[in-house]
Design a protein around this ligand. Structure first.
Ligand code: GDP
Length: 365
């Protein structure tokens, strides 16, 4: 599962990406790896892990991770091939969700490609490129389906849908806003892998002064919030520059630095958590003397498939899962206490794993 960081040039994408990957490298024991200079594996902050590790005296803590991709180079005209545009659009097609960075900070030393700060115009510029690229995909699909429909009458419905969807995009809308109750249409729109069908989080990049009140007094942030609310997406106020400074600090220093800024949590940490949940991901936990670890699954995953994340043998030989809620376990102070109180459930193969379940799998080898 991957998130792509997009935005116009000079809005702070690389600064954000560098602080994300650096924070990932520092955090816990996760073997940070750079697959590619533009892809970073980032640890998902999870305060439950250290507490659980303390309970079990675990030698090691391993957080869940997600991947971020820095997609630079998206500019006006990208869909027409400007500045290697099509290549960048192809990179976006491979991600599962998008973090759209918008510039809300004023700084005369950092040139804005369109002259002044106007995040709504910037969002529209990027969205337009994504829409044009999607319209082209639909155009090709329409041509193919039109040919097919000459001999196959069953294609008429999809052809009609493709035309309506294309017209909807050409009116300046994003595919994700297309409302349909028809099951065929819902399946098709997913299958086309459209850029504007991917879920989006906005990262409003502000200056240090705007952090303490979460951007409330910044008119640009207000504009982004309004747009996001109308389009059902979330906004996180961050300062990429400050995050870069934070990413150089160790955990204690980071806490002090945040307190000085009047913050409980860094914007980056919030953004990573929100990205994880935007992808529909949750974590279940395992804990023992060797290791306390978060395992990533899709919401709705059943116990055997969740076990399969640890090892395929766990899935194949699955018998039962001993499950206790993280908070219950912590409140009880030990696994045996939780068991005594009847808080440890013995669950079968149809159990749907929940976020924060602490699980011990029983399986046949
Ligand atoms: P990108 O082109 O979107 O990847 O932008 P960069 O991350 O390279 O940033 C462009 C310039 O803006 C760099 O000189 C950064 O130091 C600067 N910059 C990034 N974030 C901030 C910020 O929050 N405040 C200020 N004042 N400058 C920033």
């Amino acid at each position: 599962m991957k998130l792509g960081i997009v935005g116009l040039p000079n809005v702070g994408k690389s600064t954000l990406f560098n602080s994300l990957t650096k924070a990932g490298a520092e955090s816990a024991n996760y073997p940070f790896c750079t697959i590619d200079p533009n892809v970073g594996v980032v640890a998902v902050p999870d305060e439950r892990l250290n507490k659980l590790a303390a309970l079990y005296n675990s030698a090691k803590v391993t957080p869940a991770v997600i991947e971020f991709v820095d997609i630079a180079g998206l500019v006006k005209g990208a869909s027409k091939g400007e500045g290697l545009g099509n290549q960048f659009l192809a990179n976006i097609r491979e991600v599962d969700a998008i973090v759209h960075v918008v510039r809300c900070f004023e700084d005369t030393n950092v040139i804005h490609v369109d002259g002044n700060i106007n995040p709504l115009r910037d969002i529209e510029t990027i969205n337009l490129e994504l829409i044009l690229s999607d319209a082209e995909i639909l155009e090709r699909r329409i041509a193919k389906t039109t040919r097919g429909a000459r001999n196959d009458k069953t294609l008429a419905k999809e052809l009609d849908f493709l035309q309506r969807l294309k017209a909807y995009l050409e009116a300046g809308n994003l595919a994700i806003g297309f409302d349909t109750d028809d099951e065929d249409e819902q399946a098709w729109i997913k299958e086309y892998n459209l850029l504007t069908y991917k879920p989006v989080i906005f990262a409003a990049n502000v200056s240090e002064d705007d952090l303490a009140d979460d951007g409330a007094s910044n008119e640009h942030v207000a504009a982004v919030r309004k747009f996001a609310a109308e389009n059902n997406c979330e906004v996180f106020v961050i300062s990429a520059e400050i995050e870069q400074e934070i990413s150089e600090l160790d955990d204690d220093e980071k806490q002090m630095f945040l307190e000085d800024l009047g913050l409980k949590e860094s914007g980056l940490d919030k953004l990573i958590k929100a990205s994880y949940s935007l992808l529909g991901l949750i974590s279940y936990l395992t804990s023992g003397e060797d290791e306390t670890r978060a395992w990533t699954i899709k919401k709705g995953t059943k116990a055997p498939q969740a076990a399969g994340k640890i090892h395929t043998d766990f899935e194949r030989g699955f018998i039962k899962a001993e499950v206790v809620n993280y908070q219950d376990l912590l409140d009880c102070g030990s696994y045996s206490k939780a068991k005594e109180k009847g808080l440890v459930g013995l669950e079968g193969k149809d159990y749907i794993v929940k976020d924060g379940d602490v699980i011990l799998f029983r399986f046949n080898v």
